[in-house]
Design a protein around this ligand. Structure first.
Ligand code: BGP
Length: 465
């Protein structure tokens, strides 16, 4: 048995987002976002036809939920402020119902010893802005900066950890390459423009926050997917992994932390004549306004090899023109989500940040395992015995610990997620929480075995394993 001891003040908690947890109630004044709209026009795309209007009813149950966070050992918790709740039109009038709600929610967390980490954009573009192009439209960047500043002013007296975006590559790839988010286009030129505007909006929000001379920290949350080549001794495979890494990781990691874009990516965009439209001062703004802290979401690695298959030109250029995915024979897969489980990836990310990104302060902002039909694991006391989740977290934490022993600047570990919540298109198919949510019994919450286990880990600031 080894003792895995973490430093004092290590952040133990979980992450969620506004849209995935809150739900709507009549009179709350929330505006429509792209998910409401997509559900309206294509409900069949959503697992079991469940849309974003109800989700886990946190809007009315947050007091109960904060108590459950306490019971599961949280000293910190991340959520996002829904843009379309605060600004029903995306810009203009602030919705005072939203201000009251987020004030109460934040105060409740603090009163219970849980530090609120607040993220801004988590995939929830207000529909009036999307109608003008969403992130394709430069005016959305201005609207976003206004939303960011408003949040800093309203809640910044109590919130000391801010994040500008959660996984900004996801709206790029899922909205403009792989059709999993609205507007579900396949258009690399649009994807590049959207990504650039998001990167710029991050820098402008950092700048706005700094101008307030606030004492808190501001960062960004990135889903980093280490790109492993099929064969590390084969230069063509290694090159494929470098390109995949530039597209999916360094596209945001480099501008956010170093203030520059990866040369490989810029060269590809130049060759394809799809460099984004930008204004003269944008690059200097990005250079000057890098983040204080990085949130790392880690679920799965990316395995690639040199391009062997024919390039498919039917949808114009795509990242996959430069590499093929590699099916590693030794992989272990979470069959419900279809994602590889590879614990060492979390260590490799932290070491990469240590060696190549100035050891920027960071924390694991999401990690977790979505499992279908967890009712199978109910015991006679009505508790879900999710030993697989305990094992998943334990094995990842061991690698986090090892990286920290070797100098990685990791300040905490947040699970995805606290309460089972609604997922993009998958709705309630896969459950990730420490706490189950019974959709039939009006959202009844029950702590799972992993929730009690996490409390012990947090109390002891470590575990034996
Ligand atoms: C991350 C997102 C979360 C969450 C999680 C689980 O990428 O930040 O919002 O949804 O993944 O993934 P999914 O819900 O697709 O199973």
């Amino acid at each position: 048995m080894t003792t895995y001891q973490f430093p004092e003040n290590f952040w133990w908690g979980s992450a969620a987002s506004g849209l995935q947890t809150e739900g709507t109630v009549p009179g709350d004044g929330r505006g429509k976002n792209i998910w409401d709209y997509w559900y309206e026009i294509a409900p069949e795309k959503f697992f079991n036809g469940v849309g974003p209007e109800k989700t886990s009813q946190l809007y009315t149950k947050y007091k109960e939920d904060v108590q459950l966070m306490k019971e599961t050992g949280h000293n910190s918790f991340r959520t996002s402020i829904q843009w379309s709740r605060l600004f029903p039109e995306g810009t203009g009038e602030v919705n005072q119902e939203a201000v009251a709600f987020y004030n109460d929610y934040i105060n409740e967390l603090i009163a219970n010893g849980i530090e609120p980490f607040i993220n801004l954009y988590h995939f929830d573009m207000p529909m009036p802005l999307q109608e003008n192009g969403g992130w394709l439209d430069r005016k959305t960047v201005d609207a976003y900066v206004n939303y960011a500043k408003t949040c800093f002013q309203l809640f910044g007296d109590r919130v000391k950890h801010w994040f500008t975006h959660n996984e900004p590559i996801v709206p790029v790839e899922m909205g403009y390459l792989y059709q999993q988010h609205y507007p579900a286009e396949i258009n690399l030129a649009h994807a590049v423009q959207v990504g650039f505007h998001e990167a710029l909006s991050n820098a402008l929000a950092v700048k706005a926050y700094r101008s307030l001379k606030a004492e808190g920290k501001i960062g960004i949350i990135l889903n980093l997917t280490p790109s492993y080549p099929r064969d590390e001794t084969n230069p063509a495979d290694v090159n494929a992994s470098v390109i995949a890494d530039a597209f999916f990781n360094r596209s945001f990691l480099d501008p956010a932390v170093k203030g520059t874009f990866p040369t490989e990516l810029v060269n590809i965009c130049r060759d394809l004549d799809i460099l984004p439209v930008y204004q003269e001062e944008d690059l200097a703004i990005i250079k000057a306004n890098t983040v204080d802290i990085l949130g790392v979401n880690y679920y799965q690695p990316r395995r690639v090899k040199a391009k062997e298959s024919a390039v498919d030109h039917s949808n114009g250029p795509l990242p996959e023109d430069y590499f093929d995915y590699y099916d590693w024979p030794e992989k272990r897969i979470n069959p419900y989500r279809g994602w590889e489980i590879y614990e060492k990836g979390i260590y490799d990310i932290l070491i990469n940040l240590r060696d190549n990104y100035g050891n920027i302060p960071c924390y694991i902002s999401e990690n977790g395992m979505g499992v279908e039909d967890e009712q199978r694991f109910l015991n006679s006391e009505g508790m879900i015995e999710d030993d697989y989740r305990i094992e998943f977290v334990t094995e990842h934490l061991k690698y986090v610990h090892q990286a920290m022993q070797e100098g990685a600047n990791c300040l905490g570990y947040h699970m995805w997620t606290c309460m089972d919540n609604w997922s993009w298109l998958n709705a309630y198919k896969n459950r990730y929480g420490f706490i189950s949510v019974d959709l039939v019994a009006d959202g009844k919450r029950t702590i799972k075995k992993s929730g009690y286990w996490f409390k012990q880990v947090s109390d002891r600031n470590g575990f034996e394993g």
